[in-house]
Write a protein that binds this ligand. Structure first.
Ligand code: MEV
Length: 428
Protein backbone atom coordinates (compact mmCIF):
# COMPACT_ATOMS: atom_id res chain seq x y z
CA UNK A 1 0.00 0.00 0.00
CA UNK A 2 1.32 3.45 -0.92
CA UNK A 3 2.49 5.57 1.99
CA UNK A 4 -0.01 8.20 3.04
CA UNK A 5 0.94 11.75 2.16
CA UNK A 6 -0.21 14.95 3.80
CA UNK A 7 0.83 16.86 0.69
CA UNK A 8 -2.59 17.47 -0.84
CA UNK A 9 -2.36 20.25 -3.44
CA UNK A 10 -5.43 22.43 -3.61
CA UNK A 11 -7.00 20.83 -0.50
CA UNK A 12 -8.29 24.25 0.48
CA UNK A 13 -10.08 24.68 -2.86
CA UNK A 14 -12.11 21.49 -2.62
CA UNK A 15 -15.69 21.48 -1.35
CA UNK A 16 -16.06 20.74 2.36
CA UNK A 17 -17.66 17.33 1.70
CA UNK A 18 -14.74 16.29 -0.47
CA UNK A 19 -12.23 17.34 2.16
CA UNK A 20 -14.19 15.40 4.75
CA UNK A 21 -14.14 12.33 2.52
CA UNK A 22 -10.37 12.61 2.17
CA UNK A 23 -9.89 12.85 5.92
CA UNK A 24 -12.30 9.96 6.45
CA UNK A 25 -10.23 7.82 4.10
CA UNK A 26 -6.99 8.99 5.71
CA UNK A 27 -8.11 8.02 9.20
CA UNK A 28 -10.51 5.22 8.25
CA UNK A 29 -13.34 7.05 9.96
CA UNK A 30 -16.63 5.20 10.30
CA UNK A 31 -19.86 6.64 8.88
CA UNK A 32 -20.88 7.55 12.45
CA UNK A 33 -17.63 9.39 13.02
CA UNK A 34 -18.01 11.26 9.73
CA UNK A 35 -21.51 12.29 10.76
CA UNK A 36 -20.22 13.57 14.09
CA UNK A 37 -17.75 15.79 12.25
CA UNK A 38 -20.44 16.90 9.81
CA UNK A 39 -22.50 18.33 12.67
CA UNK A 40 -21.81 22.06 12.63
CA UNK A 41 -23.89 22.80 15.69
CA UNK A 42 -26.23 25.19 13.93
CA UNK A 43 -23.49 27.00 12.03
CA UNK A 44 -24.28 27.55 8.37
CA UNK A 45 -21.83 25.42 6.28
CA UNK A 46 -20.99 28.42 4.11
CA UNK A 47 -20.18 30.53 7.16
CA UNK A 48 -18.08 27.76 8.69
CA UNK A 49 -16.23 27.33 5.42
CA UNK A 50 -15.51 31.05 5.21
CA UNK A 51 -14.48 31.39 8.85
CA UNK A 52 -11.29 29.33 8.66
CA UNK A 53 -9.47 27.30 6.00
CA UNK A 54 -9.67 23.61 5.15
CA UNK A 55 -12.87 23.09 7.13
CA UNK A 56 -14.07 19.48 7.30
CA UNK A 57 -16.71 19.79 9.99
CA UNK A 58 -17.55 21.23 13.35
CA UNK A 59 -16.99 20.59 17.01
CA UNK A 60 -19.57 21.53 19.56
CA UNK A 61 -19.15 22.06 23.27
CA UNK A 62 -21.99 22.41 25.75
CA UNK A 63 -23.50 25.88 26.01
CA UNK A 64 -24.74 26.53 29.56
CA UNK A 65 -25.97 29.51 31.51
CA UNK A 66 -24.76 30.42 34.98
CA UNK A 67 -27.48 31.75 37.23
CA UNK A 68 -27.71 34.12 40.22
CA UNK A 69 -25.44 36.84 38.83
CA UNK A 70 -26.12 40.38 39.92
CA UNK A 71 -23.71 42.85 38.38
CA UNK A 72 -23.94 46.63 38.77
CA UNK A 73 -27.41 46.22 40.28
CA UNK A 74 -28.74 44.21 37.34
CA UNK A 75 -29.45 40.49 37.02
CA UNK A 76 -27.81 38.47 34.25
CA UNK A 77 -27.93 34.93 32.95
CA UNK A 78 -24.35 34.20 31.88
CA UNK A 79 -23.75 32.06 28.77
CA UNK A 80 -20.75 29.78 29.24
CA UNK A 81 -19.16 27.31 26.84
CA UNK A 82 -16.61 24.99 28.40
CA UNK A 83 -15.53 21.35 28.49
CA UNK A 84 -14.67 21.28 32.20
CA UNK A 85 -17.33 20.10 34.60
CA UNK A 86 -18.07 22.07 37.77
CA UNK A 87 -17.20 25.50 36.34
CA UNK A 88 -20.77 26.60 35.62
CA UNK A 89 -22.13 25.19 38.87
CA UNK A 90 -19.30 26.85 40.81
CA UNK A 91 -19.87 30.23 39.16
CA UNK A 92 -23.61 30.08 39.87
CA UNK A 93 -22.94 29.07 43.44
CA UNK A 94 -20.47 31.90 44.11
CA UNK A 95 -22.79 34.39 42.39
CA UNK A 96 -25.49 33.32 44.86
CA UNK A 97 -23.16 33.98 47.80
CA UNK A 98 -22.20 37.39 46.40
CA UNK A 99 -25.85 38.34 45.88
CA UNK A 100 -26.17 38.38 49.65
CA UNK A 101 -23.96 41.46 49.67
CA UNK A 102 -25.72 43.06 46.69
CA UNK A 103 -23.75 41.34 43.93
CA UNK A 104 -20.67 42.49 42.07
CA UNK A 105 -19.74 45.98 40.93
CA UNK A 106 -17.62 46.27 37.81
CA UNK A 107 -16.29 49.18 35.82
CA UNK A 108 -14.47 49.15 32.52
CA UNK A 109 -12.11 51.97 31.60
CA UNK A 110 -11.23 53.17 28.10
CA UNK A 111 -11.45 50.94 25.05
CA UNK A 112 -7.90 51.75 23.98
CA UNK A 113 -5.75 49.24 22.10
CA UNK A 114 -2.08 49.55 21.19
CA UNK A 115 -0.70 48.97 17.71
CA UNK A 116 3.04 48.60 17.30
CA UNK A 117 5.28 49.64 14.44
CA UNK A 118 8.81 48.27 14.68
CA UNK A 119 11.54 50.23 12.88
CA UNK A 120 15.09 49.02 12.33
CA UNK A 121 18.21 50.41 10.67
CA UNK A 122 17.56 53.85 12.13
CA UNK A 123 20.60 56.00 12.73
CA UNK A 124 20.58 58.26 15.80
CA UNK A 125 17.46 56.46 17.09
CA UNK A 126 16.82 58.65 20.12
CA UNK A 127 16.80 61.78 17.95
CA UNK A 128 14.59 60.07 15.36
CA UNK A 129 12.19 59.04 18.10
CA UNK A 130 11.63 62.72 18.86
CA UNK A 131 11.27 63.49 15.14
CA UNK A 132 8.41 60.97 15.08
CA UNK A 133 6.72 62.78 17.96
CA UNK A 134 7.14 66.05 16.07
CA UNK A 135 4.92 64.53 13.36
CA UNK A 136 2.36 63.16 15.80
CA UNK A 137 -0.72 65.00 14.50
CA UNK A 138 0.05 64.12 10.90
CA UNK A 139 0.56 60.44 11.84
CA UNK A 140 -2.67 60.31 13.83
CA UNK A 141 -4.55 61.91 10.92
CA UNK A 142 -3.09 59.40 8.51
CA UNK A 143 -4.06 56.50 10.79
CA UNK A 144 -7.58 57.87 11.15
CA UNK A 145 -8.09 58.09 7.40
CA UNK A 146 -7.99 54.26 7.35
CA UNK A 147 -11.21 53.79 9.27
CA UNK A 148 -13.87 56.43 8.56
CA UNK A 149 -16.59 54.33 10.22
CA UNK A 150 -14.67 54.15 13.50
CA UNK A 151 -14.08 57.91 13.36
CA UNK A 152 -17.75 58.60 12.61
CA UNK A 153 -18.75 56.56 15.64
CA UNK A 154 -16.38 58.54 17.87
CA UNK A 155 -13.33 56.26 17.97
CA UNK A 156 -9.94 56.46 16.30
CA UNK A 157 -6.23 56.94 16.90
CA UNK A 158 -5.72 59.13 19.97
CA UNK A 159 -2.06 59.18 20.84
CA UNK A 160 1.43 58.09 19.94
CA UNK A 161 4.19 56.71 22.16
CA UNK A 162 7.75 56.17 20.95
CA UNK A 163 10.49 54.10 22.57
CA UNK A 164 13.97 53.02 21.62
CA UNK A 165 14.46 49.35 22.45
CA UNK A 166 17.88 47.76 22.43
CA UNK A 167 17.45 44.36 20.83
CA UNK A 168 19.97 41.57 20.27
CA UNK A 169 20.24 42.81 16.68
CA UNK A 170 20.71 46.45 17.47
CA UNK A 171 18.50 49.36 18.49
CA UNK A 172 14.92 49.48 17.23
CA UNK A 173 12.32 52.21 17.42
CA UNK A 174 8.93 51.01 18.63
CA UNK A 175 6.02 53.29 17.90
CA UNK A 176 2.77 52.69 19.75
CA UNK A 177 -0.39 53.99 18.17
CA UNK A 178 -3.09 54.22 20.85
CA UNK A 179 -6.50 53.68 19.30
CA UNK A 180 -9.99 53.96 20.74
CA UNK A 181 -11.63 50.90 19.15
CA UNK A 182 -15.05 51.43 20.80
CA UNK A 183 -17.09 48.20 20.61
CA UNK A 184 -14.68 46.17 18.49
CA UNK A 185 -11.95 43.90 19.77
CA UNK A 186 -9.90 46.15 17.56
CA UNK A 187 -7.19 43.96 16.05
CA UNK A 188 -8.26 44.62 12.46
CA UNK A 189 -8.63 48.35 12.93
CA UNK A 190 -5.28 48.84 14.65
CA UNK A 191 -3.35 46.50 12.37
CA UNK A 192 -4.61 48.42 9.33
CA UNK A 193 -3.55 51.69 10.94
CA UNK A 194 -0.08 50.35 11.81
CA UNK A 195 0.44 49.18 8.25
CA UNK A 196 -0.71 52.55 6.92
CA UNK A 197 1.60 54.71 9.03
CA UNK A 198 4.65 52.45 8.63
CA UNK A 199 5.81 54.00 5.30
CA UNK A 200 5.39 57.50 6.78
CA UNK A 201 7.52 56.45 9.75
CA UNK A 202 10.13 55.02 7.39
CA UNK A 203 10.27 58.38 5.65
CA UNK A 204 10.60 60.34 8.88
CA UNK A 205 13.32 58.09 10.31
CA UNK A 206 15.08 56.79 7.22
CA UNK A 207 14.70 53.33 8.74
CA UNK A 208 12.85 50.19 7.68
CA UNK A 209 9.58 48.99 9.15
CA UNK A 210 9.41 45.37 10.23
CA UNK A 211 6.46 44.35 12.42
CA UNK A 212 3.19 46.26 12.21
CA UNK A 213 0.76 44.61 14.57
CA UNK A 214 -1.45 44.96 17.63
CA UNK A 215 0.07 44.48 21.07
CA UNK A 216 -2.09 42.09 23.06
CA UNK A 217 -0.59 43.60 26.17
CA UNK A 218 -3.81 45.63 26.46
CA UNK A 219 -2.78 47.79 29.41
CA UNK A 220 -5.10 50.61 28.36
CA UNK A 221 -8.17 48.37 28.25
CA UNK A 222 -8.61 47.60 31.90
CA UNK A 223 -11.66 46.46 33.81
CA UNK A 224 -12.13 46.31 37.57
CA UNK A 225 -14.64 44.27 39.56
CA UNK A 226 -15.21 44.31 43.30
CA UNK A 227 -17.57 42.81 45.82
CA UNK A 228 -18.35 42.67 49.54
CA UNK A 229 -20.46 39.99 51.12
CA UNK A 230 -21.40 38.99 54.68
CA UNK A 231 -19.32 36.11 56.06
CA UNK A 232 -22.43 33.95 56.58
CA UNK A 233 -22.90 33.91 52.82
CA UNK A 234 -19.66 31.99 52.37
CA UNK A 235 -20.07 29.71 55.39
CA UNK A 236 -19.02 31.97 58.27
CA UNK A 237 -16.16 34.15 59.45
CA UNK A 238 -13.80 31.20 59.63
CA UNK A 239 -14.30 30.37 55.93
CA UNK A 240 -13.94 34.05 55.00
CA UNK A 241 -10.59 34.19 56.83
CA UNK A 242 -9.43 31.03 55.08
CA UNK A 243 -10.37 32.54 51.71
CA UNK A 244 -8.19 35.55 52.60
CA UNK A 245 -5.38 33.10 53.52
CA UNK A 246 -5.67 31.51 50.07
CA UNK A 247 -5.49 34.94 48.44
CA UNK A 248 -2.47 35.88 50.55
CA UNK A 249 -0.68 32.78 49.34
CA UNK A 250 -1.43 33.64 45.69
CA UNK A 251 -0.11 37.16 46.34
CA UNK A 252 3.14 35.76 47.75
CA UNK A 253 3.75 32.68 45.59
CA UNK A 254 3.74 32.73 41.78
CA UNK A 255 3.24 28.94 41.64
CA UNK A 256 -0.08 29.38 43.40
CA UNK A 257 -0.90 32.65 41.59
CA UNK A 258 -0.88 30.89 38.22
CA UNK A 259 -3.46 28.34 39.38
CA UNK A 260 -5.48 31.04 41.14
CA UNK A 261 -5.60 32.94 37.84
CA UNK A 262 -6.39 29.75 35.94
CA UNK A 263 -9.54 29.52 38.05
CA UNK A 264 -10.43 33.11 37.09
CA UNK A 265 -9.84 32.32 33.42
CA UNK A 266 -12.13 29.28 33.69
CA UNK A 267 -15.04 31.70 33.97
CA UNK A 268 -13.75 34.39 31.66
CA UNK A 269 -12.84 32.06 28.81
CA UNK A 270 -16.14 30.20 29.08
CA UNK A 271 -17.96 33.50 28.44
CA UNK A 272 -15.40 34.37 25.76
CA UNK A 273 -16.13 31.11 23.95
CA UNK A 274 -19.88 31.56 24.20
CA UNK A 275 -19.57 35.04 22.70
CA UNK A 276 -16.93 34.03 20.09
CA UNK A 277 -14.15 36.26 21.42
CA UNK A 278 -10.47 35.95 20.59
CA UNK A 279 -9.76 34.06 23.80
CA UNK A 280 -6.06 33.65 22.99
CA UNK A 281 -5.70 37.43 23.04
CA UNK A 282 -7.58 37.62 26.33
CA UNK A 283 -5.35 34.93 27.90
CA UNK A 284 -2.11 36.47 26.61
CA UNK A 285 -3.09 39.93 27.85
CA UNK A 286 -4.27 38.64 31.22
CA UNK A 287 -1.08 36.76 32.03
CA UNK A 288 1.13 39.61 30.84
CA UNK A 289 -0.83 41.91 33.16
CA UNK A 290 -0.43 39.48 36.03
CA UNK A 291 3.34 39.59 35.51
CA UNK A 292 3.65 43.33 34.90
CA UNK A 293 5.58 43.97 38.14
CA UNK A 294 8.20 41.43 37.12
CA UNK A 295 6.67 38.81 39.41
CA UNK A 296 3.56 36.85 38.46
CA UNK A 297 0.67 38.03 40.69
CA UNK A 298 -3.01 37.14 41.16
CA UNK A 299 -5.53 39.08 39.08
CA UNK A 300 -7.97 39.03 42.01
CA UNK A 301 -7.40 39.32 45.74
CA UNK A 302 -9.63 38.65 48.76
CA UNK A 303 -9.60 39.98 52.27
CA UNK A 304 -11.79 40.32 55.36
CA UNK A 305 -12.64 43.89 56.34
CA UNK A 306 -12.98 45.16 59.89
CA UNK A 307 -16.72 44.38 59.97
CA UNK A 308 -15.81 40.80 59.11
CA UNK A 309 -17.18 41.00 55.55
CA UNK A 310 -15.42 39.17 52.75
CA UNK A 311 -14.16 41.61 50.13
CA UNK A 312 -12.75 40.78 46.71
CA UNK A 313 -11.22 42.87 43.93
CA UNK A 314 -10.14 41.97 40.41
CA UNK A 315 -8.23 44.05 37.86
CA UNK A 316 -7.20 42.93 34.39
CA UNK A 317 -7.25 43.84 30.72
CA UNK A 318 -10.05 42.38 28.61
CA UNK A 319 -9.80 42.85 24.86
CA UNK A 320 -13.31 41.97 23.74
CA UNK A 321 -15.66 43.12 21.02
CA UNK A 322 -19.33 42.86 20.24
CA UNK A 323 -19.08 43.90 16.60
CA UNK A 324 -17.06 42.40 13.76
CA UNK A 325 -15.18 39.14 13.52
CA UNK A 326 -16.66 35.84 14.58
CA UNK A 327 -19.05 37.61 16.97
CA UNK A 328 -20.87 38.99 13.98
CA UNK A 329 -21.13 35.81 11.92
CA UNK A 330 -21.55 33.10 14.53
CA UNK A 331 -25.26 32.73 15.29
CA UNK A 332 -24.64 31.15 18.69
CA UNK A 333 -22.46 34.08 19.71
CA UNK A 334 -25.27 36.45 18.71
CA UNK A 335 -27.64 34.43 20.86
CA UNK A 336 -25.19 34.58 23.77
CA UNK A 337 -25.03 38.37 23.48
CA UNK A 338 -28.83 38.48 23.31
CA UNK A 339 -29.10 36.43 26.51
CA UNK A 340 -26.69 38.87 28.15
CA UNK A 341 -28.49 41.83 26.64
CA UNK A 342 -25.22 43.71 26.15
CA UNK A 343 -25.08 46.68 23.83
CA UNK A 344 -21.53 47.83 24.53
CA UNK A 345 -18.16 46.09 24.68
CA UNK A 346 -17.53 47.73 28.04
CA UNK A 347 -20.59 45.98 29.49
CA UNK A 348 -19.27 42.63 28.25
CA UNK A 349 -15.91 43.42 29.91
CA UNK A 350 -17.69 44.19 33.17
CA UNK A 351 -19.70 40.96 33.03
CA UNK A 352 -16.63 38.87 32.25
CA UNK A 353 -14.64 40.47 35.06
CA UNK A 354 -17.52 39.77 37.47
CA UNK A 355 -17.67 36.16 36.33
CA UNK A 356 -13.90 35.84 36.81
CA UNK A 357 -14.18 37.18 40.34
CA UNK A 358 -17.06 34.85 41.25
CA UNK A 359 -15.29 31.89 39.66
CA UNK A 360 -12.20 32.65 41.72
CA UNK A 361 -14.23 32.80 44.92
CA UNK A 362 -15.90 29.48 44.14
CA UNK A 363 -12.56 27.79 43.55
CA UNK A 364 -10.72 29.06 46.60
CA UNK A 365 -13.74 28.59 48.84
CA UNK A 366 -13.93 24.95 47.76
CA UNK A 367 -10.18 24.58 48.24
CA UNK A 368 -10.23 25.88 51.82
CA UNK A 369 -13.28 23.83 52.78
CA UNK A 370 -14.18 20.44 51.32
CA UNK A 371 -11.50 20.48 48.59
CA UNK A 372 -12.08 20.64 44.89
CA UNK A 373 -12.38 16.95 44.12
CA UNK A 374 -15.77 16.32 45.71
CA UNK A 375 -17.67 18.62 43.35
CA UNK A 376 -15.51 17.64 40.41
CA UNK A 377 -15.98 13.97 41.10
CA UNK A 378 -19.77 14.23 41.20
CA UNK A 379 -19.84 15.61 37.68
CA UNK A 380 -17.01 13.43 36.47
CA UNK A 381 -18.92 10.41 37.77
CA UNK A 382 -21.92 11.43 35.68
CA UNK A 383 -19.74 11.70 32.58
CA UNK A 384 -18.31 8.25 33.24
CA UNK A 385 -21.79 6.81 33.77
CA UNK A 386 -22.90 8.18 30.40
CA UNK A 387 -19.76 6.87 28.70
CA UNK A 388 -20.46 3.47 30.25
CA UNK A 389 -23.86 3.48 28.58
CA UNK A 390 -26.20 4.75 31.30
CA UNK A 391 -29.23 6.74 30.21
CA UNK A 392 -32.08 8.49 32.05
CA UNK A 393 -32.27 7.95 35.80
CA UNK A 394 -29.52 5.38 35.67
CA UNK A 395 -26.94 8.15 35.11
CA UNK A 396 -27.51 9.65 38.56
CA UNK A 397 -27.82 6.23 40.22
CA UNK A 398 -24.49 5.00 38.85
CA UNK A 399 -22.77 8.33 39.56
CA UNK A 400 -24.05 8.53 43.13
CA UNK A 401 -22.99 4.97 43.85
CA UNK A 402 -19.47 5.58 42.54
CA UNK A 403 -19.09 8.77 44.62
CA UNK A 404 -20.43 6.97 47.72
CA UNK A 405 -17.94 4.17 47.22
CA UNK A 406 -15.12 6.58 46.41
CA UNK A 407 -14.50 4.58 43.20
CA UNK A 408 -15.12 7.05 40.40
CA UNK A 409 -13.69 5.00 37.55
CA UNK A 410 -14.81 3.87 34.13
CA UNK A 411 -14.49 0.14 34.90
CA UNK A 412 -16.68 0.59 37.99
CA UNK A 413 -19.18 2.64 35.98
CA UNK A 414 -19.49 -0.22 33.51
CA UNK A 415 -20.02 -2.75 36.27
CA UNK A 416 -22.66 -0.57 37.88
CA UNK A 417 -24.45 0.07 34.59
CA UNK A 418 -24.75 -3.66 34.14
CA UNK A 419 -25.77 -4.30 37.72
CA UNK A 420 -28.19 -1.43 38.29
CA UNK A 421 -29.27 -1.18 34.65
CA UNK A 422 -30.12 -4.86 34.70
CA UNK A 423 -32.39 -4.22 37.64
CA UNK A 424 -34.20 -1.33 36.03
CA UNK A 425 -34.04 -2.88 32.60
CA UNK A 426 -32.05 0.08 31.27
CA UNK A 427 -28.46 -0.52 30.42
CA UNK A 428 -28.34 2.12 27.71
C1 MEV B 1 -9.47 24.14 38.17
O1 MEV B 1 -9.89 24.22 36.83
C2 MEV B 1 -9.27 25.53 38.73
C3 MEV B 1 -8.70 25.59 40.14
O2 MEV B 1 -7.49 24.86 40.22
C4 MEV B 1 -8.48 27.03 40.48
C5 MEV B 1 -7.77 27.27 41.79
O3 MEV B 1 -7.00 26.41 42.25
O4 MEV B 1 -7.98 28.35 42.36
C6 MEV B 1 -9.62 24.94 41.13
Amino acid sequence: MAEKTSRIPGFYKRPMEERLKLVAEWAELSEDEVNILRNLGGLDPQIADAMIENVVGGMTLPFAVATNFRINGKDYLIPMVIEESSVVAAASNAAKMLREGGGITAKAGHQLMISQVHLVKVDAPQYKAFKILEHKEELLDHANQQDPVLIKLGGGARDLEVRVVNTRRGPAIIVHLIVDVLDAMGANAVNTMAEAIAPVLEKITGGEARLRIISNNAVYRIVRAWTRTPPEAVGGRDVAEKIADASALAEADPYRAVTHNKGIMNGIIAVALATAQDHRAIEAGAHAYAARSGTYKPLAVWDVDKEGYLVGALEMPLQVGIIGGAVKVHPTARIALKILGVKKARELMEIMAAVGLAQNLAAIRALVTEGIQKGHMKLHAKNLAIMAGATGELIDKVAEEMVKEGRVRFDRAKELVEKLGGKTGRSG
